[in-house]
Design a protein around this ligand. Structure first.
Ligand code: HEC
Length: 207
């Protein structure tokens, strides 16, 4: 009886290891493919992603007033700070709105300020300068779409990992049960405890 349980535990643990390996292998393949793709592109021209385009736009048209030194409205739009300064961040002018609302992108206050929508406080942005062209506003909209797509992909990947972790947790729990029978309790129990906290999909949604 005990022996059967032990065999089951060994088989389960092996299965978990094989699964984990297969998963890692798949992840490595995509990373390599991505790297090659980026390298190939870089050979021809500098890499332009929706994010680098938005960064360049903010840097050129906004950072003079929204720089890290005494930023207007406390808003920093320099290349290295703009993401954390706007994504799901409350507007100081209209507190019920977010600068970029990733749940309802069209209600983003930053876009309203760029379009000069009715209902904004203060002036249309950029202040004291000609308004942005439609194509320039589109750069910001495309960047928001890009952020949302990247998050969706990340969430799907995390779900994948969770599926693997659940297998490992099951094996760990089984090992814990077997160990309890044979009085070397800690190893197996510990493994199952460690496997559980990796389930942090929710924490990853808003960086
Ligand atoms: C000449 C200086 C200047 C430039 C350039 C400028 N801003 Fe502003 N910005 C301000 C000032 C001053 C305020 C506060 C008063 C107002 O809203 O009119 C402000 C406020 C804002 C707000 C409101 C912040 C909040 O939390 O409610 C946003 C959003 C904004 N700017 C975005 C931009 C963007 C995007 C650009 C570039 C396309 C830009 N600004 C360029 C001076 C500037």
């Amino acid at each position: 009886m005990k022996r059967t349980l032990l065999v089951a535990v060994v088989v389960l643990s092996l299965a978990a290891v094989v699964l984990a390996d297969a998963h890692e292998g798949a992840a490595e393949e995509t990373t390599e493919a991505d790297a090659q793709f980026v390298e190939g592109e870089a050979a021809e021209r500098p890499i332009r992603t929706p994010e680098t385009k938005a960064a360049a736009l903010f840097q050129a048209r906004c950072a003079a007033c929204h720089g890290s030194d005494k930023p207007a409205a406390g808003l920093v739009l320099t290349t290295d700070a703009f993401k954390s300064a706007v994504l799901d961040v409350q507007s100081v002018e209209i507190k019920s709105l977010e600068l970029i609302d990733t749940e309802a992108p069209d209600k983003s206050y930053l876009l309203m300020k760029l379009r000069g929508d009715k209902g904004i406080q203060g002036g249309r942005m950029p202040a004291n300068a000609p308004p942005l062209e439609d194509e320039e506003i589109l750069i910001v909209e495309e960047w928001i779409a890009f952020v949302l797509a990247a998050r969706a992909a990340e969430a799907a990947e995390a779900e994948d990992e969770d599926a693997g972790a659940t297998g490992a947790a099951a094996a760990g729990a089984a090992a814990g049960a077997a160990a309890a029978g044979s009085s070397t309790g800690e190893g197996g129990g510990g493994a199952s405890e460690q496997a559980v906290p990796s389930d942090d999909t929710d924490g990853k949604k808003k960086p």
